[in-house]
Design a protein around this ligand. Structure first.
Ligand code: NAD
Length: 428
C-alpha cells in the first residue's frame, strides 16, 4: 500500500464522511483530521563494516484524549510520513472502538530489515529509542511490533529505554517475548478475537455455527488462530486456507475434503506462514490457485492475509451462500466490495473491530507490566472475549439505531468516544 496511494488522504476522507454523519462540530473535526504530534528524525548507525549509514525514522501521535498513544513501529523500505500518519489515525479509532483507554500512534523506519545483520538491527532499534525516549513511555506512548519488527526488537528497545530513564520500565513497549514482560495469549489474541466477533454475528443472524463453513485467506498468525477458533470454539468447519509461497513466489489455496485441520497444518508451516506443499499433498490436501479461497462454498469469509484482496473483481466470485465477512486483515475489502456486501445483504465485521484482539491484549500486557503481576492464558482470553463481545455489540447497536452499515457504525462509535473524552478534558 505504501507509496502507491496516499493512505493518509484516505484516512482523512473516511473521517470526513463519518464527521458528516455524526454532524460533528467543524472545530472538533479540524483537531481530529490531523495528528497531534509528529516526529521525524535521522538515525546514524555504524554498520558492521565500519561505515556509517543514516536511516529516516518517524513517530506520529494522533490523539491521546483517551489515554497514552498506542501503535506499532514498522521497518519497511516504502515507509512514508503519510503511511505512518494514516496508521496512527486508524489506531485512535481501533483503540476507541475496542474501548481500551489508549490513543493512536504509529512509528517507522525506512529500511529493509532483511538487509541488516542482527547487531545492525539491534543498533537501529536502540537508535530509534535514543531519538524518541523523552516522548514515549507507559503514560505517554507505548509502541509495539508491526511489519518488519519482532518481539526480540521490542526487548532491545525496552532495554534501551530502561537504561536511558534509569529504571526497569517494561510497560513502555508491548509485544515483548514471554518471560521478558510479554503476555500469555498474545499469539492467539487476534485470531481468537476475530472468532469472538464471528460468534456474536452468527447469534445475531440466528445461524447455527456447527452447520457453518468458513473460507480463510492466509495462514499466518491471524488466520491460524481464526481457523483453530472457528473449529474448536464454534464447532464449525474450515473449507480452506491460503498462503503466499515464499519459495516459488506464488499464492496457493489449501483445502481438504473433510475440512482443513489447522493444528496439523501448523506443524508443516514456517514462521512466515508458508505451508509445505509436499507434506500437505501427502496428507490429502488439494492445492489450487491462491485466489480460489474466495470462490469456496461457505457461510463465512475471513480475509486474514493482506489488504485489498476482496475488490471489484474478486467480490463477484464469492459464493451466494456467504452471510458474514470477518475482516481479520487490515483493509482487506475495498469500497467496491463494501457496495457489493450492502447490495447483497452480507454482514461485514470491519477490520478495526474484527482484528482489535491484538491491540486489546497489548493493552493487557501493559496493565500486567504496571502491576508486575501476570495473568494465565485463560484469564487473558476470558478478558479478551468480554472486551471483543462488548465492542461488537456497541457497534451493532449503533448500526441498528442509526440504520447505518457496520463499518460506518464502528467509526461512529469510535469517533463519538474520542470526542466525548476531548470534551470531558475541555479540549473543545
Ligand atoms: P503473517 O505475516 O503472520 O501472515 C500473513 C499470511 O498471509 C501468510 O500465511 C502469508 O503467506 C499470507 N499471504 C501473504 N500474501 C499473500 C497473498 N498474496 N495471497 C495469499 N496469502 C498471502 O501476518 P499476520 O500477523 O497474520 O497478519 C495478517 C493481516 O492481519 C495483516 O493485514 C495484518 O496487518 C493484520 N493484523 C494482524 C494482527 C496481529 O496481531 N498479527 C493484528 C491486527 C491486524
Amino acid at each position: 500500500m505504501a507509496g502507491q496511494i496516499n493512505a493518509f488522504e484516505m484516512a482523512q476522507k473516511q473521517f470526513d464522511g463519518v464527521a458528516k454523519l455524526l454532524n460533528l462540530d467543524p472545530q472538533i473535526a479540524e483537531i481530529l483530521r490531523w495528528p497531534m504530534r509528529e516526529y521525524s528524525f535521522r538515525i546514524p548507525i555504524r554498520m558492521d563494516d565500519g561505515t556509517i549509514r543514516v536511516f529516516q525514522g518517524y513517530r506520529v501521535q494522533h490523539n491521546d484524549s483517551r489515554g497514552p498513544n498506542k501503535g506499532g513501529i514498522r521497518f519497511h523500505p516504502n515507509e512514508t510520513f503519510d503511511t505512518v500518519r494514516a496508521l496512527a489515525t486508524w489506531m485512535t479509532w481501533k483503540c476507541a472502538v475496542a474501548d481500551i483507554p489508549l490513543g493512536g500512534g504509529k512509528g517507522g523506519i525506512i529500511v529493509d530489515p532483511s538487509s541488516l545483520t542482527t547487531p545492525e538491527k539491534e543498533r537501529l532499534c536502540r537508535g530509534w529509542v535514543q531519538n524518541m525516549w523523552k516522548n514515549i513511555g507507559p503514560r505517554q506512548d507505548v509502541p509495539a511490533p508491526d511489519v518488519g519488527t519482532t518481539p526480540q526488537m521490542m526487548g532491545w528497545m525496552m532495554d534501551e529505554y530502561s537504561k536511558l530513564v534509569g529504571e526497569y520500565t517494561p510497560g513502555v513497549f508491548t509485544g515483548k517475548p514471554l518471560g521478558g514482560g510479554g503476555s500469555e495469549g498474545r499469539t492467539e489474541a487476534t485470531g481468537y478475537g476475530v472468532i469472538y466477533t464471528v460468534r456474536e454475528a452468527m447469534a445475531h443472524l440466528k445461524l447455527d455455527p456447527t452447520k457453518c463453513v468458513a473460507a480463510i485467506e492466509g495462514f499466518g498468525n491471524v488466520a491460524q488462530y481464526a481457523a483453530i477458533g472457528f473449529i474448536e470454539m464454534l464447532g464449525g468447519k474450515v473449507a480452506c486456507v491460503s498462503c503466499w509461497d515464499r519459495n516459488d513466489k506464488t499464492s496457493y489455496t489449501y483445502s481438504h475434503k473433510d475440512g482443513i485441520d489447522p493444528r496439523f497444518l501448523l506443524t508443516i508451516t514456517d514462521q512466515y506462514g508458508t505451508i509445505d506443499q509436499k507434506k500437505a499433498k501427502d496428507a490429502g490436501y488439494v492445492i489450487e490457485d491462491g485466489e480460489k479461497w474466495i470462490e469456496k462454498e461457505c457461510d463465512v469469509l475471513i480475509p486474514a492475509a493482506i489488504e485489498g484482496h476482496v475488490n471489484a473483481d474478486t467480490v463477484q466470485k464469492i459464493s451466494s451462500r456467504v452471510k458474514i465477512v470477518a475482516e481479520g486483515a487490515n483493509g482487506p475489502c475495498t469500497p467496491e466490495a463494501d457496495e457489493y456486501f450492502k447490495k447483497n445483504g452480507i454482514f461485514d465485521i470491519p477490520d478495526f473491530l474484527c482484528n482489535a484482539g491484538g491491540v486489546t491484549t497489548s493493552y493487557f500486557e501493559s496493565v500486567q507490566n504496571d502491576m508486575n503481576y501476570y495473568w494465565t492464558k485463560k484469564e487473558v482470553l476470558e478478558r479478551l472475549d468480554t472486551k471483543m463481545t462488548s465492542a461488537f455489540h456497541a457497534v451493532l447497536d449503533m448500526s441498528q439505531k442509526e440504520g447505518v452499515y457496520m463499518r460506518d457504525a464502528a467509526y461512529m462509535v469510535a469517533i463519538d468516544r474520542v470526542v466525548k473524552a476531548m470534551q470531558l478534558r475541555g479540549w473543545s
